[in-house]
Design a protein around this ligand. Structure first.
Ligand code: LER
Ligand code: MN
Length: 272
């Protein structure tokens, strides 16, 4: 399994993984610490420029592992569960742009987490689920054409209105029925929502497209109370061969958190 460092773009309003470093500096640091790649939460389409991102990582001998879509909700207020069809259309087009960015950056995955939005009082879960499935279907066809995979991430109840568990993600992904739409698990969310994170990983099994590691407090793995051993065993048992991205709060500073998280994740994934 490859390890990547999750980077927000400077100025981002996303609440996790805030970094004060400019992208070239952050990418150089990830490479120096020994990461295989980075994944990026943009601020807007073209910020950062995907071709530039590819060039910056290639220069450091690492890869872009994933492009995140949360900024579409966080920066622009566009979500897949908005009752206004025009807003959903704009959210869908923005995710399609992330797919294009991923192709240009040579990233295999576009993650789909908080862009599905929080459930508004005037919207039923069934309505929101059908809108979400339709948006995913649209983006999934585009992803297939671009050779990119979407990864639907179960996100905890405080950050997203629906699809909090792997079981719910499986229902959704199976209803969409496209090989280009898989599942992403995140240990931070699983710690809140799953009865057993390791069993959830095994349930996601062949649908697994991407993985996020963060501890119970969103800090580097090893700095909270998530039991990563059984999760790592489940990833190995599931035959997962993709990337594990550290989507962590970069406290007390980027370098210490990124270094400690990498060392811990490497050790636990090797099973030692
Ligand atoms: C947010 O908590 C998260 O895990 C992101 O990957 C969602 O977009
Ligand atoms: Mn995540």
């Amino acid at each position: 399994m490859k390890l990547s460092l999750y980077l927000t773009t400077p100025g981002s309003r996303f609440w996790a993984a805030q970094s004060p470093l400019a992208m070239p500096e952050a990418i150089a640091l990830a490479a120096r610490l020994g990461y295989d790649g980075v994944e990026v939460m943009p601020r807007d389409a073209g910020d950062p420029d995907p071709a530039e991102l590819r060039a910056l990582t290639a220069r450091q001998g690492i890869e872009v592992m994933a492009i995140a879509t949360g900024y579409i909700a966080v920066e622009h207020g566009l979500t897949f569960s908005d009752p206004d069809p025009l807003v959903r259309r704009r959210a869908t087009d923005a995710v399609r742009s992330c797919v294009d960015a991923a192709r240009l950056a040579e990233a295999p995955v576009v993650s789909v987490g908080v862009v599905r939005g929080k459930l508004r009082g005037d919207v039923t879960r069934e309505e929101a689920l059908s809108w979400l499935a339709a948006c995913l279907c649209d983006c999934g066809h585009h992803a297939a054409a671009q050779g990119v995979r979407l990864a639907v991430e179960p996100v905890n109840r405080y950050e997203a209105g629906l699809v909090h568990t792997v079981e719910e993600a499986l229902d959704l992904v199976e209803s969409v029925g496209l090989p280009s739409v898989g599942i992403q698990v995140d240990t931070f969310h699983m710690n809140i929502e799953e009865r057993s994170p390791a069993e959830a990983v095994l349930r996601a099994g062949p649908h697994l497209a991407h993985v996020h590691f963060a501890d119970s407090n969103r800090r580097a793995p090893g700095w909270g109370h998530v039991d990563f051993g059984p999760i790592a065993s489940a990833l190995r048992e599931a035959g997962y061969a993709g990337a594990v991205g550290l989507e962590i709060d970069l406290d007390p500073d980027v370098e210490s958190a990124a270094r400690a998280g990498l060392e811990f994740a490497r050790r636990i994934l090797e099973g030692s």
